[in-house]
Design a protein around this ligand. Sequence first.
Ligand SMILES: [Zn+2]
Ligand SMILES: [Zn+2]
Length: 245
Amino acid sequence: MAIKRYKKGDSVKLSPNFRAREFDCQGKDCCTTTLVDEKLVEYLQKIRDHFGKPVYITAYRCKTHNARTPNAAPNSYHIYGQAADFHIDGVEPAEIAKYAEQIGIKGIGLYDTFVHIDTRQSKSFWYGHGQERRATFGEAGPYTLAQFVREVQAATGSAVDGIPGPETLGNTVTVSTRVNRAHPVVKAVQKRLYALGYTQVGEADGVAGAKFREAVIAFQTDNGCAADGEITARNKTWRKLLEMQ
Ligand SMILES: [Zn+2]
Ligand SMILES: [Zn+2]
């Protein structure tokens, strides 16, 4: 394994799903070459194969661009072509971090909207810009508001950024207790209610059945909403689910 050097913009294929230019520095007028660790490509291709969906990366950063990047470490693995930040539409970053750990990646940073991996040799796992240490990504962490919003966005075809708001979620989401088939938005709401302590909602199966209705009514009662067991974009229940920390 070695660190390879490419001309910025080079479209040569490095693996079945990645071209050199995808690893280019994102800075403007700062550099003309791109460094790529072959090991990094191998890791990303494994992740691509496992999830079966496009992996959107930002990888190499020249020193100039790194210095201009907020929150970037001065000696970041990105400046050696040994790190990538990436996301996969519709896949939780926590799921990606868990898989990255399983395939033996040693440098993993989990963030709300993306995952950082690098090719370091000794283990360093962390969470967020505060770099809170993690021993493992094996156990699912608490189901966060950002995760909930991302799942709803993915299910409704909105831009997936984890930020709640009418701009990203639209005003069209309706979760009715009359839905009999599994629905991804119902599933996300079930997980959300469970995380907020409404454990009577039971398993997140995506079906808005009796348990779902019971949990919704309990949530509505506790939060001063009309206790009708319905969640719509325009009623207070939906907003409460999107706003509560
Ligand atoms: Zn650059
Ligand atoms: Zn990174």
